[in-house]
Structures are given as C-alpha cells and as structure tokens.
Design a protein around this ligand. Structure first.
Ligand SMILES: Nc1ncnc2c1ncn2[C@@H]1O[C@H](COP(=O)(O)OP(=O)(O)OP(=O)(O)O)[C@@H](O)[C@H]1O
Ligand SMILES: [Mg+2]
Length: 390
C-alpha cells in the first residue's frame, strides 16, 4: 500500500475508512486546514477517491487491508458504521488511535445496544423490545398497539432495515433470517411524532463539545429529503432539553467526533431518541454553508483533538435539499440553469452514479424566509435530478 504524501510542517494524516460522500466532503476543509487525508475506498471511483489523492482500495471488513491502511495514518475515523467488531479490535490491538472509539461506536452500529444503553441512562426512547419469535412480536404489538416498527439491529441505512408491521406474520422472513444469523430484531412502538428533529454536536477526546442548533429533518419513504436549520418554531425549552440530552449521550458514551442524535418531537412537547450516528450526518449538511464551522471541518478538528470551531449559524435560516437519483444520468448540464436562476444556492454533488433514490448530492440556501428558502432548495434539487425542467 503506498503511503500518503505528507505535507511539511508537522501536519497529521487523517485516515477515513470508507469512501462515500461524507469522506469526500471532508476534503475541502482538510485542504483549507493543511491536513492530509487518506481514505480506504471501496473502489477506485468511490465518491471520496475521486478527490482525495491517497485512496487505496480495500474492504472495510478485510483486517489486513485495514491494518495496512491505518499504519500510514495518525488517526483513523469512519465514513460509515459498518466496520466489523473484529476489525476494530485488531486496530485497537495495533494501537491505532480511533475516533470514535470502538467502545462508543457500538452504540451507533447496533440499535439494540443503543436502546439498552440510552434506556439505562434515562434518555427518552420509544417503547421497545428485543424479539426472536412471532409470539413475542404479538405480545409486544398487543401491548403497545399496532402497527409496530421492526428494525434490523445492524447494517440499516436510509430506511433499509426498517419495516412497519401490522401483524406478527408480516415479520416471518426477517425473524427466520435473524435466527439463521444468530441475531434478533428490535421492535419499537410506532411513534405518533409531530415532526423529526436532530441534535448535531461534536465532542473532542479532551471533552470539549459544541452543538449546532436543533434542526428539523424531513424524511420521505425513509430517506432524508430536507433539513431546516434551526427547526422552525421549536420551543426553546424543548431545544435546550434535546441539546442537553445529546451532550449527555456524547459524554456518557465517550463519543469523539461528530454525533448526530435523531429524535421525534412529540405532541406533548417532549421528544424521544430515534437513533445515533457517530460521524458527519445528513442532518448537518446545512452547516457547511450555514454555520461558522461546518460539520466536516468540526469532525476533523474533533478527531485531532484540536479546539472546536464555533457552531453559530451565519444566517437566520438555512435549508438543505437532498438530491436523489432520478431518471437522468447527466447532472452537469443542469448547473447552467440552476446557477443562473439562483446565485445564492450552493450545490454539492458527490461524484456518484445516478441510481433511483440514491443520495447523489444536496443544495444549501440561506436567508430570512423559511418558506422561500424551502421552495428554492427544492426547485434546485429537483432540477438537478431531472424531476423538473423549468
Ligand atoms: N419507532 C418509530 N416510529 C415511527 N417512525 C419511525 C420509527 N422508527 C423509525 N421511523 C421512521 O423511519 C425512519 C428511518 O428509521 P431509522 O432512522 O431507524 O432507520 P435508518 O435506516 O437507520 O435511517 P438512516 O437513514 O438515518 O440511517 C425514521 O427517520 C422515521 O421516519
Ligand atoms: Mg435514521
């Protein structure tokens, strides 16, 4: 494996396992800070590999490949939560500094572990249980009310691994698969939330933490499509309690780097936690244009134990619109129209091939009117993905 070229001046090399868009979007801030990135990429044309010169190809599940990669880095962090426990253990045994640490990361990798730990901490969660059999599903559903939400504890993303279940026999296939794998399923009550919100913060190994304002996230078919920062009309007391809960989770779990805490806002003014992500997160994409310090820069600062930057918003409102793959493989021609129509819109494309529903980019736009920003962000995102032509 070729070593990354080190910059003079004592600047460290940050290694990222996984070459998706989150690794890719660290490249801008890293270049500005004079840091070197190296990414262990799935393929030579992975999103991050297209813009980061040191991008050896290797699987995140291949212990030898990951160890060889990590040896050339001063600190290792992650683009996703799918690195298996045995690989993390091998890295720890080899003395590789990792942020987040494997001890913290497990609570973002395994939704059952997360539910157990948050419940023990007294953090509000939906009612939940672990199930192995349809009989257990029936007992839980009859108790909390149907439908219930079933989740595979590991490996889910963008709503894959989440199923709304109206009767126990709708889960037979998943239960059989789980049993064959020696695992189980997480069941949750179906929360009648008023909206979804997220707390995003960064915490450094020294224990410094900085939280961005609480945002509203909009999911369509299980995929995040829009984020509004800050969450419009949010009760300041709820925002404070949610942020406090996020900071407490970060401290208790020893999270280092960016932590996203996805939450459901409840009709009674309270909240419950949906799940955790320990890396830059879709709910924080607005911050790269809308805050003094964006989440990708902050993640780098945090994993290097540098003082954190200010998370203060630069504008009253920032709206992020996700660009999902549509029918049109050609994206670049849309730039001419989108950029001419609205010079305040910032487009961020990930260098990914178009597949229906795949996250391929996002737009940010900031200003004073939420309704106007939402319209403009949606139009730009729809135009780039080819859903509108006018
Ligand atoms: N208990 C629940 N009650 C109601 N809706 C839920 C519940 N759990 C999940 N959802 C809905 O499904 C979406 C996806 O769930 P979750 O975040 O657990 O899955 P994921 O695939 O890990 O998501 P991500 O895209 O964030 O990785 C949530 O954003 C929410 O809209
Ligand atoms: Mg989620």
């Amino acid at each position: 494996m070729t070593a990354p070229l080190r910059a003079p001046g004592g600047f460290p090399v940050v290694g990222i396992i996984g070459g998706g868009q989150l690794a890719r979007m660290c490249a801008g801030p890293a270049a500005e800070l004079g840091l070197t990135l190296s990414v262990l990429a799935e393929a030579a044309d992975s999103s991050a590999a297209l813009v980061i010169p040191s991008a050896p190809v290797g699987a995140h599940s291949d212990v030898e490949a990951v160890l060889a990669f990590a040896r050339e880095c001063d600190v290792v962090t992650f683009d996703h939560e799918h690195v298996p426990a045995d690989v993390l253990a091998a890295l720890a045994d080899a003395g590789v500094p990792m942020h987040p640490t494997p001890e913290a990361l497990v609570f973002a990798q395994d939704k059952l572990a997360m539910r157990e730990r948050l419940t023990a901490l007294g953090i509000p969660c939906p009612r939940w249980t672990e199930v192995h059999t349809t009989a257990e599903v029936t007992v839980f559903g009859d108790d909390v009310g149907w439908p219930v939400v079933a989740k595979t504890p590991r490996g889910g993303y963008d709503g894959k691994g989440v199923r709304v279940v109206g009767a126990a026999d709708e889960l037979t296939d998943w239960l059989e698969r789980a049993s064959a794998e020696g695992s189980s399923l997480l069941l949750e009550e179906m929360v009648g939330f008023t909206r979804e919100i997220a707390v995003l913060l960064a915490r450094s190994p020294s224990g410094q933490a900085a939280a961005w304002p609480v945002v509203e996230t909009v999911q369509t078919d299980g995929i995040c499509t829009e984020v509004i920062a800050p969450a419009p009309g949010i009760d300041p007391d709820l925002a404070a309690r949610a942020t406090e809960a996020g900071l407490r989770v970060a401290g208790e779990l020893g999270v280092t780097g960016v932590l996203a805490v996805e939450m459901f806002e409840l009709p009674d003014g309270g909240f419950v936690v949906n799940e955790l992500a320990m890396r830059p997160h879709n709910s924080g994409h607005w911050s790269m244009d809308g805050a003094v310090t964006g989440q990708f820069e902050q993640h780098l600062r945090a994993v290097l134990d540098l003082p954190l930057g200010s998370p203060r918003p630069r504008h009253a409102w920032t709206v992020m619109g996700n660009i999902l793959g549509g029918e049109h493989p050609e994206l670049y021609p849309a730039y001419r129209h989108v950029m001419a129509r609205d010079p305040e819109v910032k487009a961020h494309l990930y260098g990914k091939g178009v597949r229906r529903g795949r996250k391929i980019g996002h737009v940010n736009v900031s200003g004073d009117s939420v309704a106007d920003l939402r319209r403009r962000a949606r139009h730009a995102a729809d135009y780039i993905e080819g859903a509108v032509t006018e």
